[in-house]
Design a protein around this ligand. Structure first.
Ligand SMILES: Cc1cc2nc3c(=O)[nH]c(=O)nc-3n(C[C@H](O)[C@H](O)[C@H](O)COP(=O)(O)OP(=O)(O)OC[C@H]3O[C@@H](n4cnc5c(N)ncnc54)[C@H](O)[C@@H]3O)c2cc1C
Length: 439
């Protein structure tokens, strides 16, 4: 069967697949540096619950470098200057951000959709930026051995967009990395996480985040008027947990929580419980001629430390630092993609090694919940020290090799302002989510 794709545009400079934290930060930075860029996102909006909601000091430092920090912090958020855990019935600090050498000495908890909406709005002020929502990439276009664009489904039509470079920021189930044939190294994960919401009351404990309760395994994130709860179960046992019934799960969660048992009656159907299948993996090679993957598409992280969003943002900053000038000036070469991997491989490997070290070393057993185990020795040592929480605060808050914005800021008020002609309408309604420059 032959398939017809409508290719409505001349080849462009760069296509980014996926408008998550990596894709939108990269889109913002490349457009700011004068690179014509189209970001494709399969969803119609950013409203998805239970995603990474932590913005770390390193990301806020980058926002400061971009002159965006004050406006970002004017959005509703909660601040955590420390992360706490309950160890043997006592609350202990396991990460302290309050002494970091950054403008923001805290983690900001903000719904991911607000962060993404903020980045999209800021990026839309740059003429070379274009965001196409409801556009799902289905495969890559090849020119011999080189990736030359993407095929996507938009408004019920198949379209083809060609570009000098395709960047996959389409997350842990990346179509780009699969279609590019990039090999994945699976590092294994012993747990899954069940996410749910519990409403918050004024007399609830005031912790911003913690592994609470007499046993380990529950994370509570203060989201203003509700608690976002993450409950750890042994990998692959969600079906067994379901078999035991909702009552049994409610009772187990309540045992680990600093909230009264009846508060968990709010969970009245399995629809209230969302499974995060934890994965820790990374690509052996992040690129191939004409294509690069970054963020979760290059490395899925464990939820430990809540570092996924920040690693994705750091990847985007490094990618823009390395590629922007070459892309804008039409002297892009494949060796630059290798340079991106060289730059970001160490922070990825080091963070994953730390995450694997911080999880319990015991093998998962047949019981659905691993809460009866003692916290790992590593965590107990941190909790017992006054200095180690500062070190973990640094490792979580700044990460390994924090990136600084070096890509240039083109002045759009001068005559460099490019035309969007020939790039706007795709599909019948021609609905393109780009706002004109605020200037
Ligand atoms: C339940 C849960 C809780 C988490 N908690 C935390 C946390 O507390 N802190 C933290 O830092 N991290 C957390 N993470 C991880 C964090 O969300 C990710 O590491 C981070 O979002 C990665 O950013 P990204 O831009 O690389 O990919 P993603 O955020 O996954 O974004 C990928 C984007 O690509 C789009 N897309 C996918 N396929 C296509 C396609 N074919 N065509 C077009 N678009 C496509 C998706 O719709 C999505 O918008 C959590 C993840 C989950 C699932």
């Amino acid at each position: 069967m032959t398939h017809r794709y409508s290719s409505l545009e001349p080849s462009q400079t760069c296509i980014v697949v996926g408008a998550g934290p990596a894709g939108l930060m990269l889109g913002y930075l490349l457009a700011r540096a004068g690179v014509e860029i189209t970001v494709l996102e399969k969803h119609t909006d950013f409203l998805r619950d239970f995603r990474g909601d932590t913005i770390h000091p390193s990301t806020m430092e980058a926002l400061h470098e971009l002159g965006l920090l004050d406006e970002f912090l004017s959005l509703p958020h909660q601040k955590a200057y420390r992360l706490q855990a309950e160890i043997r019935g006592r609350m202990a600090t396991i990460a302290d951000f309050s002494r970091l050498p950054t403008r923001a000495k805290f983690i900001a908890f903000m719904p991911q959709w607000d962060f993404l909406d903020f980045l999209a709005r800021k990026a839309a002020a740059f003429p070379p930026f274009r965001l196409l929502m409801a556009t799902e990439v289905t495969s890559l276009v090849w020119d011999g051995e080189t990736v030359a664009g993407v095929r996507a489904s938009r408004e019920g039509r198949d379209i083809e967009l060609r570009a000098d470079l395709v960047i996959g920021t389409d997350g842990r189930n990346s179509v780009v990395r699969q279609a590019a044939g990039l090999d994945v190294e699976d590092l294994g994960a012993g747990t899954d996480v069940l996410w749910m919401r519990i409403s918050k009351r004024s007399d609830d404990p005031g912790q911003a985040m913690g592994h609470a309760g007499p046993r380990q395994g529950l994370v509570l994130i203060d989201r203003g008027d509700y608690w976002q709860c993450g409950y750890v179960i042994t990998k692959g046992t969600f079906a067994a947990v379901k078999e035991q019934g909702l009552d049994a799960l409610r009772a187990r969660i309540a045992k680990a929580a600093p909230l009264p048992r009846e508060r968990f009656d709010e969970l009245d159907s399995w629809n209230d419980i969302h499974l995060l299948s934890v994965r820790v993996d990374r690509l052996k090679t992040w690129w191939q001629a004409g294509v690069l993957c970054i963020g979760d598409a290059a490395h899925a992280m464990s939820p430990i430390g809540g570092v996924g969003v920040n690693l994705a943002v750091q990847d985007a900053i490094a990618t823009a630092n390395i590629l922007a000038d070459a892309l804008r000036e039409g002297r892009f070469e494949t060796c630059l993609l290798e340079a991106v991997q060289d730059r970001r491989s160490f922070p990825t490997r080091a963070t994953q090694a730390l995450q694997l070290m911080m999880r319990s070393r015991k093998r998962p057993d047949a019981t659905p919940t691993p809460q009866h185990r003692k916290p790992p020795l590593f965590i107990r040592l941190i909790a017992g020290s006054s200095l180690l929480p500062r070190l973990t605060g640094r490792l979580i808050g700044l990460g390994f090799r924090p990136e600084h914005v070096r890509s240039r800021h083109v002045d759009w008020s001068c005559s460099l302002r490019p035309s969007r002609e020939g790039r706007e309408p795709i599909g019948d309604s021609g609905e393109v989510v780009v706002k004109e420059s605020a200037r």
